[in-house]
Design a protein around this ligand. Structure first.
Ligand SMILES: Nc1nc2c(ncn2[C@@H]2O[C@H](COP(=O)(O)OP(=O)(O)O)[C@@H](O)[C@H]2O)c(=O)[nH]1
Ligand SMILES: [Mg+2]
Length: 388
């Protein structure tokens, strides 16, 4: 390595989540701090510890003694693994800072050390991914799936295959929503008249008691949310208060917020009560939607859920209808089918092998490239795509 390494230190692990915190540091000042504070169990100074192996010992700082593991690499970098609480990591960072290291936030560190912008963005996104499925997709993008596709598109542009380039950009942009939802949950609003079982359904879907279930209409005064995963996708279930005309001011506010939730949801589950249902569920849903929203047409992103199917006589198996699912939040009957239906409705087919843009920056670049291609400016599109 040429020239001195600038001394820097960063806390790599998020505060409050893990059992272990990791502080990374490099540069001469980092070694000064290690020499001053790290006492290895085998008694050797850090430079005599074999690289890339763990050296167990204590971080000694005044009267404090903290069990730590230190790993050094061949380039003067060290990692200190300590107790995951805030204090231990702070103490170690402070020691590095005191020795002359610049303390750097880990996203900045990522930006500086990642091999590419996509890799840095993928690392940031991975820290926010909550399911295996989303993490697998992000790992594939990090490993080159997205950058290979982008360079393929640049190849098309270089060979004047503008139509092919446009189609490939279109395909990427079609997956933008999936990409953004790798780190942000899809939002599902649960709506319907009071007492149809919205809160019960959320509880059943999430699998634990969270929303308020009560026998009186209008008890859900606030919009409650519960995070869970459906089919490997992170979703946020939003319990919309019973939408209806009301004199009660507190409830009116709830109704206003519920409407807002409906307007911005990725999917709406409109819940009906099987016991009270007369007629075609889709028609009833549309009627209730009109009552709640006026003449604006119901969005296509609505599933009609007929709850309390356990109250229907006999096996009462309903013929499967497109966009309608009978369930019982109480018995769990046909909940699996509902979950499958939600997964299919919510997320267009996506597999980890395909390139998926997953940040707003990437999507904006693709949109700009698209506009240039459509305008026949292949060079501009290429320039934009180089920014990936
Ligand atoms: N039999 C039956 N009762 C249910 C079912 N789901 C909810 N309920 C009952 O219906 C009532 C209203 O439920 P709740 O979830 O509070 O409805 P919400 O007002 O729409 O949130 C409660 O007494 C629930 O126990 C179901 O699947 N079957
Ligand atoms: Mg409720």
């Amino acid at each position: 390595m040429s020239g001195p390494v600038p001394a820097r230190a960063s806390l790599l692990t998020p505060v409050g989540r893990g059992a272990i915190a990791v502080v990374a540091a490099e540069g001469d000042a980092a070694r000064t701090a290690i020499d001053a504070s790290f006492v290895a169990a085998n008694g050797r100074p850090i430079l005599q510890q074999p690289p890339d192996r763990i050296a167990f010992g204590h971080w000694v700082c005044g009267a404090h003694r903290e069990e730590v593991i230190v790993i050094r690499d061949d380039d003067g970098g060290v990692e200190v693994h300590c107790h995951g609480g805030v204090t231990a990591a702070e103490r170690i960072l402070t020691a590095f800072a005191g020795a002359g290291c610049e303390v750097e936030l880990w996203p900045e560190r990522l930006d500086r050390t990642a091999a590419s912008k996509i890799e840095a963005e993928a690392d940031l996104a991975l820290a926010r991914a909550t399911t295996r499925r989303t993490a697998a997709i992000l790992l594939a993008q990090r490993a080159g799936t997205l950058s290979r596709e982008v360079s393929g598109i640049r190849g098309d542009l270089a060979s004047s295959r503008l139509a092919a380039a446009r189609d490939r950009i279109d395909a990427l942009l079609a997956r933008a929503q999936v990409g953004l939802h790798l780190t942000e949950p899809w939002r599902i609003a649960i709506a319907g008249r009071p007492n149809v079982g919205k809160s019960s359904l959320i509880n059943a879907l999430v699998g634990y008691q969270r929303a308020i279930v009560f026998d009186q209409p209008g008890t859900t005064r606030d919009v409650l949310t519960a995070d869970t995963a459906i089919d490997g996708w992170p979703v946020r279930l939003v319990d919309a208060a019973g939408i209806r005309e009301t004199e009660d001011e507190l409830e009116a506010e709830g109704v206003r917020r519920a409407r807002q939730q409906l307007a911005t949801a990725d999917l709406v589950l409109w819940v009906l009560d099987a016991w009270e249902l007369t007629g075609d569920p889709q028609a009833v849903m549309k009627q209730e939607w009109r009552e709640a929203h006026g003449p604006t047409a119901a969005s296509s992103l609505i599933l009609t859920v007929v709850n309390k199917a356990d109250l229907l006589p006999g096996d009462a198996s309903q013929p499967p209808t497109d966009g309608v699912q009978f369930v019982s939040a109480r018995t769990g009957e046909r909940l699996a089918e509902l979950i499958e239906l939600i997964g299919r409705r919510l997320v267009p087919a996506a597999s980890a092998d395909e390139a998926i843009p997953f940040t707003r920056r990437q999507i904006e670049l693709l949109s700009a490239a698209h506009a240039s291609v459509v305008a026949g400016r292949a060079n501009d599109a290429t320039a934009v795509l180089w920014k990936f």
